[in-house]
Design a protein around this ligand. Structure first.
Ligand code: ATP
Length: 222
């Protein structure tokens, strides 16, 4: 599903050069749930941003869903991202001025040919999947951390993405809420077959996934 070949990422400023990723080769199969672990600064978020086509590598190539995305134009990348990928972040990245249901509908606004009624219907379905049907009219600041992350998951899955990329999704949550969010991701992986790549510092969460990739200093070490 995702193939990274010889990926390199060097951040360059006038005075400093930082190698964040060095010769990274990773294959992620369709339907896998993989976690990425490693110490702070080892390149995990950089890797996830590159897999999410949010940032371009300085070397190497990426194949996703059998398409060589490294050669895509920015416009084609944005369309591919919107259709195929869903994102979950540690700090939720919800828009506080929008209600829960309006937050969840957002990714569909960038797709053509979906009516307002269809958006609403799909948002309600997505909120049903995360167990928040009773909170559609609330605003993010009226929800607990775990509920906010579940809204973010509903937003990530409304477009039926084949791949979910999660950057420390349980990092801001206590263990009960973290478990809730993790169980939801496990359920999505199992029932919908969604491929999930999750960066985490939490060994217990990583253990629940099918495979753990360990990173150190910009490279995969196991
Ligand atoms: N925009 C940037 N410009 C310059 N250097 C950067 C930039 N983003 C990240 N880096 C550097 O690249 C390296 C990898 O950073 P990255 O954020 O990917 O690590 P991480 O493993 O996700 O860390 P953490 O667990 O603390 O979030 C670090 O040395 C960091 O300082």
């Amino acid at each position: 599903m995702i193939q990274l070949l010889n990926i390199e990422k060097i951040y360059r400023t006038d005075t400093i050069e930082t190698t964040a990723l060095n010769n990274v080769n990773i294959n992620i199969n369709k339907g896998e749930f993989v976690s990425i672990m490693g110490p702070s600064g080892c390149g995990k978020s950089t890797l996830l941003n590159i897999m999410g086509l949010l940032d371009a590598p300085t070397g190497g190539s990426i194949t996703m869903d059998n398409q060589s995305v490294t050669s895509f134009s920015r416009k084609r990348l944005a369309a591919f991202r919107n259709l195929k990928l869903g994102f979950i972040f540690q700090s939720y990245h919800l828009i506080n001025d929008l209600s829960v249901i309006d937050n969840v509908e957002l990714p569909l606004l960038y797709r053509s040919g979906i009516s307002g009624a269809e958006r609403r219907k799909r948002a309600l379905e997505a909120l049903g999947k995360v167990g928040l049907s009773a909170r559609t009219k609330h605003y993010p600041n009226q929800l607990s951390g775990g509920q906010r992350q579940r809204v973010a998951i509903a937003r990530a899955i409304i477009g039926n993405p084949e791949i979910l990329l999660a950057d420390e999704p349980t990092g801001n949550l206590d263990s009960a809420m973290g478990d809730e969010v993790m169980n939801l991701m496990l359920h999505l992986n199992k029932t919908d077959g969604t491929t999930i790549v999750m960066v985490t510092h939490d060994e217990q969460m990583a253990k629940k996934t099918q495979r753990v990739i360990h990173f150190f200093d910009g490279q995969q070490v196991s």
